[in-house]
Design a protein around this ligand. Structure first.
Ligand code: FES
Length: 323
């Protein structure tokens, strides 16, 4: 579990769309929240005890309160269902510090935000920041209908309305053409950001890669997909060495790096345990990871500079980690 969690109080609960509820929280100790960059998410432990990650979707420059929104998943194992059913104004929750794997690119010449459904949430915090810094951008929001679109009153009034284009009820057959039109004016140096259902993001990435370099397309996943299959180069067992002390531990085929490290007293913070949230990321000093997560960027994978220790493995007999 993540070590740095603290208690908050729920100050407001609002229905934002069909099956989507937002929660305003403030710290129980009365202190302001630490600042965060737009696109960040937090761990939220629901009254059921289940911890899940939710994007912060309010103004990132507001430190008195945080806002996050939750879609009630029909197959919820207690996270979203409990937040919808068991939380009222005054409920106390445990949350983690903001983490960010989905930042606005520095030096970008334009920003194109493309979200669907609950995927509007990290894009909303980006929109707040881009408006505040007077940075041109476009936000395209896809939803089944107006009733399924979260934060619609906010998005359709100033200052957001001039940046936002709504796309309701687009048929799957028509989606690629609509996405291509969204990207048509992207000039060199534009970065695109997408969040939403996996199939939607896959199509945004495909449309984006036809017009932009792959490293200019950013996405945020919150649902684990099936683990990437192990490649031929993946070793069944390997050693992990701590750069600080030289101590080594064996990771066998049935053990994760996190579990192996725990046997020698090294605790790595985890949250999702599924390669989605990035909580367990550790810098790699040497060796070649076999990346099996769903959260590192293409550039991070290619550089082999970090590894998600909850799911990833090794292609080299020894992996030296910055621990
Ligand atoms: S704990 Fe979430 S990616 Fe490893």
């Amino acid at each position: 579990m993540q070590a740095h969690s603290f208690k908050v109080r729920v100050d407001a609960v609002r229905d934002e769309a069909h099956g989507v509820r937002s929660f305003v929280i403030s710290r129980l100790d009365g202190l302001p929240f630490e600042s965060y960059e737009p696109g960040a998410h937090i761990d939220v432990t629901s009254p059921s005890g289940v911890t899940r990650q939710y994007s912060l979707c309010g103004d990132p420059d507001c430190r008195d309160a945080h806002l996050f929104a939750v879609k009630k998943e029909t197959r919820s194992r207690g996270g979203s269902r409990s937040l919808h059913d068991d939380v009222q104004i005054g409920t106390e929750l445990s949350v983690g510090a903001p983490r960010n794997l989905f930042r606005l690119a520095e030096g970008a010449r334009g920003h194109l935000l493309i979200g669907a459904g609950i995927g509007i949430t990290p894009l909303l915090s980006m929109a707040y920041r881009l408006i505040r810094t007077n940075t041109p951008f476009e936000l395209h929001y896809f939803a089944r209908s107006a009733e399924h679109a979260a934060f619609l009153p906010l998005l359709t009034r100033a200052p957001f309305d001039r940046y936002v284009t709504l796309h309701f009820g687009i048929e799957p057959d028509a989606l690629d053409a609509v996405l291509d039109a969204c990207l048509a004016d992207a000039r060199q140096g534009t970065h695109a950001y997408t969040c939403g259902p996996v199939a939607f993001m896959d199509r945004v990435v495909a449309a984006g890669e036809a017009r932009l370099p792959a490293d200019a397309i950013h996405l945020e996943r919150f649902a684990a997909q099936p683990l990437a299959p192990a490649s031929d180069a993946t070793l069944d067992s390997f050693d992990v060495q701590l750069a600080s002390t030289g101590q080594t531990v064996r990771v066998d085929g049935k053990t994760s790096i996190v579990e192996a490290l725990a046997t020698i007293g090294i605790e790595v913070d985890t949250s999702c345990g599924e390669g989605v949230c990035g909580t367990c990321m550790v810098d790699v000093v040497s060796g070649e990871p076999e990346h099996r997560d769903h959260c590192l960027s293409k550039a991070e994978r290619a550089s082999n500079s970090v590894i998600c220790c909850c799911v990833s493995r090794s292609r080299s007999p020894v992996l030296v980690l910055d621990l």
